[in-house]
Design a protein around this ligand. Structure first.
Ligand code: B3K
Ligand code: ZN
Length: 851
């Protein structure tokens, strides 16, 4: 299949009015009978009927209005079945097909597959074509009526239940939808049940379906769902629209979860949680993803995407909404900092390398390769900027208009921007570049101070990205404030709009020279370059009124210390260590904030920072600098860290809420530093006594880093050997936290274990993702990290191409390293490229990376 281009979009020449599916489930021979009522859009200009259908579909019969068409007009080529216009009626007709498929052989987990005896589906983006012949594109929408036949006790599909009997069940979804939102589930499952009354008084039955035995770990997901439903009514005025909302958990799932209409399917790790098995981060993520998938009901399902180039229309907006939800449920400041950390670690990195693409790409070979940090997280940032530019009220009016105007539509980014223009009167022509242009703008700021006037000179520049050498200026909202020398704010948050390559802003009648607090709340996804000495950074860390900017000042201090340390400068961290000391001693600062400030930037983040400054990162030197800085912090502040560690001992029953988890985060941050100087004694004790998984994993990671985790790991395996989700953590921590010299060997050993069930995506990611995240180990000078990863990608590719292709992005930064590493990485990538019958997924990824 050739490259697809946005510019080639053409509407589908047929309208669909109903799809009826009758599916008889069997592991190796599932029969799918499909009846599609359709009509040509233009009766005079007859078009061929083209249906998508994967190679795995064994076609039994095909009829049009009950009669088989002349075989001369029917042809199957690649993944397309074409029925010539000459064989089609000019008015409404029913196309019926019968196919047989083999769910058991489906190891790619796309379409209909079996996960531990449970039949389930994943159709986004193009999985439905592996279930039946169909126009598998998001702008073809219709209602679905589904009959499922099986002896399994629970049979689910989208919409409302119509009727059921022994061995069958019928479902009807009254809301027209594209086939990527179709789902079915059949299995031995039990429901944790709840209910929700919508604000207009309709009762909705809520079910979280799990495997028998897992019921006691599903309550948190159910409570999160109820909170999400209420929040979407209160904040966006969006009500749920069916009698039932089902969530099903499965163990084998390529991503986190899927928003199928009325029947969300979840990776079990994003539903199942108990204090003994899940960490605080797991709980927070479960709450966020349950909300995300639920919010898709309006942003994604009721209003879907015209084509897959518009993916960020639903994903960026839904991420933005789930971020707002988490801010409301927990701490807005903490959430913002966490989101920026993720954006910088994943999206900035993507934008710097060969895989850079705009939030709305204009070409792809395999759409599954574009479910990226750019489409999701940067897509959400772009909406945050829009909201800042038009104000909260303007945003609310625009969203109301979006829902009113486009309900039932398959929409585009143009439609989205138009509602903002119509609702607020603002011209968004220049703003649109955020959607069409790749790359992270670099904003450079210089200051000029004279006679009570401060001038800010700003310059924006976006480095070239693949296929986009020149980048015109964008509109960049820069939220800023001014802090006087005594620490008082002399200018509260103001938004400067940068629209030109260079622009200056003046602030007059200032008594004394203030310190500029810039990019408050991370108001735009840009890199800010400014000359700021360590004492001004420390000043902002102490006095800024904006929590994000305050944290970021500390981050800058840490990054400059690490950059200097990595280039061999001794004692570079003095200013940072001293500033952290003042922060730690200040009981007026909340625990969550202090915990965030105590976490050193990751090695990957340091490498991204160096690369942006045109310095070749040395993974071993970065690692050494980071270890040294952690040790300096611990030595300088041992008494206060020890006091925090002792005082924040967990008491009473576990609660996953923001306050208790912030205390645990601060306590564990202290533990990690202390373990640098206490030989791991505290970690050892904590591992043995902690009553929750958060502290156990924190302690275990510290022990692994010290190379003294053997006993703890054995204990954990004995206790949780049969709990897949905990064992994923067990695999992961040993590689992620391992000292770089041993990590690859450990990964090799773990991969040889019989319980390294690598065809399970979670288990594969637990090991391979952990190695990719261990920066000095993945980039080991001898190439062993690259080789080990490439070997496994080659093994995974024929089994599950989506997983192999996604994991291949571990290599996306290879060009930033030294010539020796580059040669080894290239060799590894070329080995993958040479694989016989490499999937389209991996082939596109690898060729973009070695282009
Ligand atoms: N929309 C799905 C992701 C589908 C990925 C297909 N490769 C989950 C989500 O973003 O909510
Ligand atoms: Zn989503």
């Amino acid at each position: 299949r050739p490259v697809q281009y946005l510019a080639d979009y053409r509407p589908y020449p047929f309208t669909l009015s109903e799809t009826r599916l009758d599916i008889t489930l069997a592991p190796t021979g599932t029969r799918v009978r499909a009846e599609i009522d359709m009509q040509p859009k233009d009766a005079r200009n007859a078009a061929d009927l083209m249906l998508d259908g994967g190679a795995g579909l064994r076609l039994g019969s095909l009829t049009i209005d009950g009669a088989a068409p002349d075989p001369a007009f029917v042809r199957r080529e690649g993944e397309v079945l074409t029925i010539g216009a000459a064989a089609l009626p000019r008015t409404a007709f029913t196309l019926a097909t019968e196919v047989e498929i083999d769910p058991e052989a489906n190891t790619a987990f796309e379409g209909l597959y079996l996960s531990n005896g449970i039949f389930c589906t994943q159709c986004e983006a193009e999985g439905f074509r592996h279930i039946t012949f169909y126009p598998d594109r998001p702008d073809v929408m219709t209602t679905f009526r589904v009959t499922l036949r099986s002896d399994l006790p629970v049979l689910l599909s989208n919409g409302n239940p119509v009727a059921s009997g022994a061995g069958w069940a019928e479902w009807h979804d009254p809301w027209p939808k594209p086939c990527y939102l179709f789902a079915l589930v059949a299995g031995e499952l039990v429901a944790v049940r709840g209910s929700f009354t919508t604000r207009s008084g309709r009762e909705v039955a809520l079910n979280v379906w799990v495997r028998p035995g897992d019921e006691d770990r599903a309550d948190f997901a159910l409570v999160s769902l109820i909170k999400s439903m209420r929040w979407d009514e209160e904040v966006y005025g969006r009500e749920y629209d069916l009698e039932v909302f089902n969530i099903v958990t499965v163990d084998d799932f390529n991503m986190g979860a899927m928003e199928n209409k009325g029947l969300n399917i979840f990776n079990s790790k994003l539903v199942l949680a108990s204090p003994e098995t899940a960490t605080d981060a797991d709980y927070e993520r479960i709450e966020a993803v349950i909300a995300h998938e639920y919010f898709h009901n309006w942003t994604g399902n009721r209003i879907t995407c015209r084509d897959w180039f518009q993916l960020c229309l639903k994903e960026g907006l839904t991420v933005f909404r789930d971020q707002q939800f988490t801010s409301d449920m927990r701490s807005a400041a903490v959430k913002r900092i966490e989101d920026v950390q993720v954006l910088r670690a994943r999206q900035f990195r993507e934008d710097q390398g060969p895989l850079a693409h705009p939030p709305r790409p204009d070409r792809f070979e395999e759409i599954n390769n574009f479910y990226t940090a750019t489409v999701y997280e940067k897509g959400a940032e772009v909406i945050g900027m829009l909201k800042r530019l038009v104000g909260d009220e303007g945003y609310a009016r625009a969203l109301d208009l979006y829902f009113a105007r486009h309900d039932g539509d398959a929409a585009t980014i143009e439609d989205w921007l138009k509602v903002f223009e119509d609702a607020t009167g603002r011209d968004l022509g220049q703003f649109k570049r955020w959607y069409t242009d790749a790359g992270t703008p670099v904003v450079t700021m210089t200051e000029e101070w004279q006679d009570g006037t401060l001038a800010l000179h700003l310059r924006q520049e976006t480095p070239p990205t693949p296929g986009q050498p020149d980048k015109p200026a964008r509109v960049i909202p820069l939220a800023m404030g001014l802090i006087g020398p005594n620490g008082d704010e002399v200018l509260p948050t103001t938004v400067l709009e940068l629209t030109e390559p260079r622009q200056s802003f003046r602030f007059e009648a200032l008594g004394a020279r203030p310190v500029v607090s810039m990019l408050r709340g991370f108001s735009a996804p840009v890199m800010l370059r400014r000359q700021l000495d360590d004492s001004a950074r420390a000043f902002l860390l102490a006095h800024d009124t904006d929590a994000f900017a305050r944290w970021d000042a500390g981050r800058d201090l840490a990054l400059s210390a690490l950059a200097a340390g990595a280039s061999g400068e001794a004692g570079a961290g003095g200013a940072y260590v001293a500033a952290i000391g003042r922060l730690l001693a200040d009981e007026g600062i909340d625990a969550a904030f202090r915990a965030l400030c105590l976490q050193l930037p990751s090695e990957e983040e340091v490498a991204t920072h160096l690369h942006a400054d045109r310095t070749v990162p040395d993974p071993a030197a970065i690692h050494a600098a980071r270890e040294a800085l952690a040790r300096d912090l611990a030595e300088a502040h041992e008494p206060v860290l020890a006091e925090i560690y002792t005082r924040l001992r967990s008491e009473g029953p576990y609660s996953p809420g923001a306050t208790a988890s912030a205390d645990r985060a601060l306590r564990l941050a202290a533990l990690h530093l202390l373990s640098r100087i206490d030989g791991g004694e505290r970690a050892e004790i904590l591992f043995g006594t902690a009553g929750n998984m958060t502290e156990r994993m924190g302690a275990l990671a510290a022990l692994v880093r010290l190379g003294r985790a053997e006993r703890a790991l054995a204990a954990m395996r004995d206790e949780f050997g049969s709990n897949r989700l905990v064992m994923d953590k067990w695999f992961s921590v040993q590689v992620m936290a391992a000292p770089p010299e041993t990590a690859v060997a450990i990964a090799r050993e773990l991969a040889a274990r019989p319980d390294f069930d690598w065809k399970n995506p979670n288990r594969f990611r637990a090991l391979m993702g952990a190695l990719a995240a261990n920066h000095p180990a993945f980039h080991a000078a001898d190439g062993s990290g690259y080789d080990f990863t490439a070997d496994w990608l080659m093994r995974m590719d024929p089994v599950n191409p989506q997983i192999a292709a996604r994991m291949s992005s571990a290599f996306e930064t290879w060009v930033r390293y030294d010539a020796d590493r580059r040669a080894r990485a290239r060799q590894a990538l070329e080995r993958i490229a040479a694989l016989e019958s490499l999937s389209r997924n991996s082939s596109e990824m690898v060729s973009r990376m070695i282009a």
